[in-house]
Design a protein around this ligand. Structure first.
Ligand code: HEC
Ligand code: HEC
Ligand code: HEC
Ligand code: HEC
Length: 231
């Protein structure tokens, strides 16, 4: 009898945990009804379009400020940013990489605490999220990314310097991601992705997410952090 209880209790806990997580957003089930579905979390689009808050088939933004604009329909951030620096951070001082290269500048067009998250298609928005505190989403509010995990540096270079950073060829325990390189961005278009961005950790469309916060790996036992850190 005892073994049944031993199995039942953890399974019940797991089911409860899954239900609680699913009550808000089920990881990996796509963007519709996720926290990136602005119709759910902000002022809805007149036709309840989901992609429209970020993409448009026509009249897309063409802005010299950004190197990567996948048919972008959302006003871009205009702030100048301070970035994370410590003496042990091996990507510091590498000025060859634009720290907001690739997807990161796109994230900042809502997470800069200045551009309204419901702005799209040239229509003004009103929902600005300026808070940079736990539970708030303005991680780059007032142009301050100094208290955030570093982005916009050459991961492959750093992995060569710091032997406690796993090589980019290391497999990732996520069925949709092969290696760490798949999480990096090819900023110079040479066919090899090397740069770490916001999308190295988060999956904006909730298709590859394994856990809450659109994370590509599990927070339990910090499996997520150990994806890259050999700690
Ligand atoms: C909240 C903003 C947001 C919404 C909403 C959104 N996307 Fe994206 N999309 C992005 C960002 C940011 C990128 C840049 C690359 C990345 O981080 O994956 C991107 C990249 C893409 C790309 C090119 C790269 C790739 O992954 O193939 C396609 C295609 C795409 N999105 C399609 C869609 C479609 C279709 C929808 C609606 C079902 C959608 N997106 C909704 C933010 C969004
Ligand atoms: C996609 C890979 C990746 C993931 C996932 C990741 N990191 Fe990092 N992290 C890095 C790299 C690369 C550096 C730069 C390391 C260096 O400079 O030697 C870094 C830097 C850091 C630093 C700053 C080190 C310094 O010298 O100032 C800390 C602390 C840190 N990460 C903690 C974490 C924690 C905690 C998690 C999980 C919540 C995490 N990281 C997830 C790749 C990652
Ligand atoms: C169109 C605006 C928009 C864009 C672009 C956007 N986000 Fe968000 N994001 C939001 C909003 C709004 C929320 C908060 C939803 C809510 O109210 O719970 C959010 C929430 C999040 C969360 C927290 C999810 C949770 O479980 O609490 C993460 C992580 C996140 N975004 C990461 C990103 C990353 C990374 C990018 C770029 C690849 C990005 N976002 C692009 C609007 C955006
Ligand atoms: C090294 C991995 C990593 C990188 C890079 C990263 N994040 Fe996160 N982010 C996380 C984790 C992990 C969480 C979940 C909260 C926690 O565990 O503290 C999170 C949470 C968030 C949240 C929710 C904050 C809250 O308190 O509700 C937002 C918004 C967010 N990230 C946006 C971004 C944006 C935008 C970028 C790029 C500028 C980015 N993240 C880069 C790991 C990362």
């Amino acid at each position: 009898m005892k073994w049944k209880i031993l199995i039942f209790v953890p399974v019940a806990c797991l089911a409860l945990w899954a239900f609680q997580a699913g009550a808000e957003m089920t990881p990996g089930t796509g963007i519709v009804h996720s926290k990136h579905d602005m119709n759910m979390v902000s002022n809805p689009d007149t036709q309840n379009r989901v992609c429209a808050f970020c993409h448009t088939p026509h009249h897309a933004l063409d802005d010299m400020q950004a190197d990567y604009l996948p048919l972008w329909s959302h006003e871009l951030t205009t702030l100048t940013y301070g970035h994370y620096e410590t003496v042990t951070f091996d990507g510091r001082g590498d000025l060859s990489v634009d720290r907001l290269t690739g997807p990161s500048r796109l994230c900042m067009s809502c997470h800069d605490g200045a551009v309204a998250v419901d702005q799209h298609y040239g229509i003004p928005g009103s929902d600005v999220r300026p808070g940079d505190w736990w539970g708030d989403i303005g991680v780059g509010a007032a142009g301050d990314l100094t208290n955030d995990h570093p982005i916009g540096f050459n991961y492959t270079y750093v992995a060569g310097e710091d032997l406690e950073i796993k090589p980019a060829s290391t497999p990732v325990s996520n069925p949709k991601i092969d290696t760490i390189e798949d999480l990096l961005y090819d900023d110079d278009g040479d066919g090899t992705a090397t740069v770490m961005t916001c999308s190295s950790c988060h999956d904006v469309h909730n298709t590859d997410a394994n856990d809450d916060y659109f994370l590509i790996n599990y927070q339990m036992d910090s499996i997520f952090c150990i994806t890259c850190h050999d700690k």
